[in-house]
Design a protein around this ligand. Structure first.
Ligand code: NAD
Length: 238
């Protein structure tokens, strides 16, 4: 089976990573994904990896089976107004009203909403969500993150996801350290301190390609699932 994939936010740091993987043909378990529609916010960049881009206002080049969105919340909403198929949303920083609109779209189409598409970080979230400690209240929790200085939302969606998983497991309210510096691709650290021991888990992104690969695996998941609904990366068997 060949799936056509649309990239929304195609000229951005993440959009270019996704387009680049698709341009050489991304295969997974016998299925092939190819670049379909490529959308950017301006006409300044006319192509990504040799494939022509269009603005959201220009006519569609071809129908796609699934969209991948790494843009801005207001741009994601624009996509929801036009799309008619599953969407992988990697964009972060949505407010309550924007999340409500995403949920509405998900009542008719499959949507994967994941603030961090890296399989490694999601293994950590899964691990934390299954932790069973008898004395969680005896641990002080410190969450730290560093991202490049261009990142708009702070703290990141990833840090919020870690905090939420720990909250569900009844850990103490964490202390949070956030830095936006240089061109750092994304580091998250979870530290648990008790009187007699310390646990530190660090996840560091070395190459943004990991998010792009994760998004494409997520897209495959939605296409195979073929059911409306709002999915998280924890639903995917990585
Ligand atoms: P970027 O600034 O490099 O790219 C943003 C893209 O969105 C550009 O192509 C821009 O043209 C497009 N865009 C902006 N406003 C638009 C509009 N109104 N209409 C149409 N297109 C518009 O940003 P980036 O580093 O690629 O990150 C994009 C998003 O993805 C951010 O929210 C970031 O936090 C998030 N992100 C998520 C993950 C993840 O794993 N989920 C990983 C990295 C980044």
């Amino acid at each position: 089976m060949i799936y056509k994939v649309g990239v929304w936010g195609a000229t951005g740091r993440m959009g270019q990573e996704v387009a680049s993987l698709l341009h050489s043909g991304f295969t997974h378990r016998g299925a092939l994904m190819e670049l379909g529609d490529v959308v950017a916010s301006s006409k300044k960049i006319r192509s990504v990896d040799g494939v022509p881009t269009r603005t959201p206002e220009e006519p569609v080049f071809q129908d796609v089976h699934v969209w991948i969105d790494f843009s801005r919340p207001e741009a994601t909403l624009k996509l929801l107004d036009h799309a008619r198929c599953p969407i992988v949303i990697g964009t972060t920083g949505f407010n309550e009203a924007e999340l409500k609109r995403i949920k509405e779209y998900a009542s008719d189409h499959a949507v994967l909403l994941a603030p961090n598409m890296s399989p490694g970080l999601n293994w950590i979230l899964k691990m934390l969500s299954s932790v069973s400690l008898s004395a969680k209240e005896s641990f002080d929790v410190v969450l730290s993150e560093t991202h490049h200085k261009h990142k708009k939302d702070s703290p990141s969606g990833t840090l919020k996801a870690i905090k939420s998983v720990l909250g569900e497991r009844d850990f103490n309210e964490p202390q949070v350290n956030v830095a936006r510096a240089g061109e750092e691709k994304g580091t998250h650290q979870i530290q648990l301190f008790s009187e007699c021991e310390e646990i530190t888990i660090t996840h560091r992104v070395l190459d943004r390609k990991v998010f792009a690969q994760g998004a494409l695996l997520g897209a495959m998941y939605l296409l195979k699932k073929n059911q409306p609904g709002l999915y998280s990366y924890l639903d995917i068997d990585i």
